[in-house]
Design a protein around this ligand. Structure first.
Ligand SMILES: C[S@@+](CC[C@H](N)C(=O)[O-])C[C@H]1O[C@@H](n2cnc3c(N)ncnc32)[C@H](O)[C@@H]1O
Length: 263
């Protein structure tokens, strides 16, 4: 298993500390690619800003579903001029993430965490408000219709030339998707190994926790299959909404990152 402090600069490490150890460690047990995958969104945003925003004093980014704030951190790290509006409908998540960010001086005042359903927020927001939309592991949770409505409104709220970036579950064609799905489910066996280790160390509570989250994550993975979106379907949505320059980035089992520019 990867050591979470490997390949981190001190800025990353400080943020990782504020993420609250166990929740973050759990993610890395099963999804060893988690950090690299999150970084893809930050990288895409950084490249866009460098190429297109050199004269701007501030860069406004909208994020759906900050959750722990790990993606929010990647968004803010992309450029010091970035200001992010992060919308989540879970009060508990938002309260925790606000506290986490308040502890890191470089992040203070740059993230506005808003408690709202993302669709409601988008409906109330002025058009062409944002330079970028960036999100990870959120849109796949939505039903197909809801997701289409959300992406349609995001297109309106982006400025012309703005960027849409989403790191998420995007299914490949049927056969490769089956392999990706099997690989993801196998990743969750790593929870059993970690549970055995915890048992040997006498930490029965942790062992039980790891076995419980294994079951929960497998159930969640199957649940996600009901509303899964393929990369091809996402390309069609981009086409319908007039997005151009669609770029698909690295795939890690079920997940990959896509960006597209609003014409
Ligand atoms: C899996 S987390 C993703 C967190 C983070 N981006 C990451 O990659 O770890 C998804 C987040 O989306 C939020 N969410 C789900 N449905 C939402 C909705 N309709 N409107 C706003 N936020 C929503 C959840 O509360 C959760 O915090």
């Amino acid at each position: 298993m990867k050591n979470i402090s490997e390949n981190r600069n001190s800025y990353d490490a400080r943020f990782a500390d504020t993420l609250g150890g166990e929740e973050y460690d759990d993610l890395l047990i099963a999804l060893e690619f988690y950090d690299e995958f999150q970084a893809e969104t930050g990288k895409a945003l950084k490249e866009y800003i460098q190429a297109r925003c050199s004269n701007q004093k501030e860069i406004r980014v909208l994020e759906a579903g900050p959750g722990t704030g790990i993606t929010t951190f990647q968004i803010l790290k992309a450029d010091p001029r970035v200001l992010v509006v992060s919308v989540d409908n879970e009060k508990k998540m938002l309260d925790a993430v606000r506290n986490r960010f308040a502890e890191v001086s470089e992040l203070k005042g740059r993230a506005d965490f808003i408690l709202s359903d993302i669709l409601k927020f988008l409906e109330s927001c002025p058009d062409e408000r944002f330079d970028a939309f960036a999100s990870v592991y959120t849109l796949h949770n939505f039903t197909t219709d809801f997701r289409k409505k959300v992406i349609g409104l995001i297109a309106k709220k982006l400025k012309k030339g703005g960027i849409f970036i989403n790191g998420d579950k995007y299914a490949e064609a049927e056969d490769p998707h089956k392999k990706d799905l099997a690989a993801e489910i196998m990743n969750y066996d790593k929870f059993d190994i970690a549970a055995l280790k915890a048992e040997k160390e006498g930490n029965m509570k942790r062992a039980e926790h790891l076995r419980t989250i294994k079951k929960e994550w497998i159930a969640h993975t199957w649940e996600d299959e009901k509303n899964k979106i393929t990369a091809e379907e996402q390309n069609e949505i981009f086409n319908e909404l007039g997005f151009i320059d669609v770029k698909w980035m690295r795939r890690f089992d079920l997940v990959t990152t896509v960006s597209a520019i609003k014409k």
